[in-house]
Ligand binder design. Sequence first.
Ligand code: ATP
Ligand code: LTN
Length: 366
Amino acid sequence: MTEPTHRPPRRISPADVLAQDTSNTAHLPGAGTKHRVLSGMQPSGDSLHLGNYLGALVNWVKVQEEFDAFFFIPDLHAITTPQDPEAVRHRTRNTAAQFIAGGIDPEKSVLFVQSQVPEHAQLAWVLMCMTGMGEAERMTQFKDKAAKQGTESAGVGLLAYPMLMAADILLYQPHGVPVGDDQRQHVELTRDLAQRFNSRHGETFVVPSGFYPENGARIYDLQHPTAKMSKSADSPNGLINLLDEPKVTAKRIKSAVTDDGTEVRFDREAKPGVSNLLSIFAAVTDRSIPELEEAYVGKMYGHLKVDLAEAVVERLTPIRTRALELLDDPAELDRLLDHGAAKARAVAAPVLAEVYSKSGFLTPSR
Ligand code: ATP
Ligand code: LTN
């Protein structure tokens, strides 16, 4: 009997994306000859946390140097569960300000808000009509969220979410989509829908690759170091937020849960608390974990926490200051986003026009 082969999930790096030949897709509507990358982060909390920053934003900032980069705030995705409209507006601006403060340069990248580019919702409808009910119901995120809400009362938007995400991606013809592992299934569905449309109607979409962090900094909750740091955590005490006052950040780090024993050593199984602190320390200072373990031989957890609090505050303070400055002038921030939306529409509109035409819709005269 042959053993089943368990292949590790395929990791796509920026190098893989760069190695792709774009000459065979450059003729498609909206496609550039330069390698393009697109990603988005929901405005689901009042502040980004350190996991969002180290696990996603830091990578995006690097990506924008090498690629034709598109980053956006999926506010349409944020209303799959009922929201206070003022909170949505506030969180959208907050997220944009933190992206810019964290290093996204609106001159280098196209930075925009999803609802300001109506083509997203328009393409999503076409894609929904091409998705099987079973295919949509199989999505793990849908199953989890619908179960949480009770399937009867869960909004249809939860089911439609991955097709909207596919539209977000396909409108821009990106080659790579940097996202966390939890989005793998949605990216796979996006690829399937792109291929399905292409085979029914002729080459239209670039089929994008998910680009998953190699050993991306996964940051855990300071109070529950086996659970990932998450905006939707029950208590804020385990979070390090980009917009928190430095003294709040320092206090949370000093109250972080540590483990039995006294040795400062990286061991995710036996010492999840200390290991999390070491990963954060390594990520914010660019020092390696072995180097840090060496530096804390014979020292107490308390020493580590004091130094870590200082290092985190030093790294985050300029970001917080810049974000607050940007938020102080919402008109200027809105102007930047407006400009980003215009650049995004210039790419998205011809792609949608092609899809509409191939779907049999009459061309409007204006
Ligand atoms: P929610 O609680 O609303 O699901 P979240 O805080 O888990 O939010 P997402 O909006 O799902 O964050 O993710 C935004 C980006 O941040 C994704 O690319 C995700 O992989 C990354 N990210 C989120 N949490 C962490 C974490 N703890 N460590 C590393 N990366 C993270
Ligand atoms: N579903 C993603 C956010 C998201 C996204 C996208 C990411 C919406 N549309 C398009 C990449 C590309 C999330 O929850 N992290």
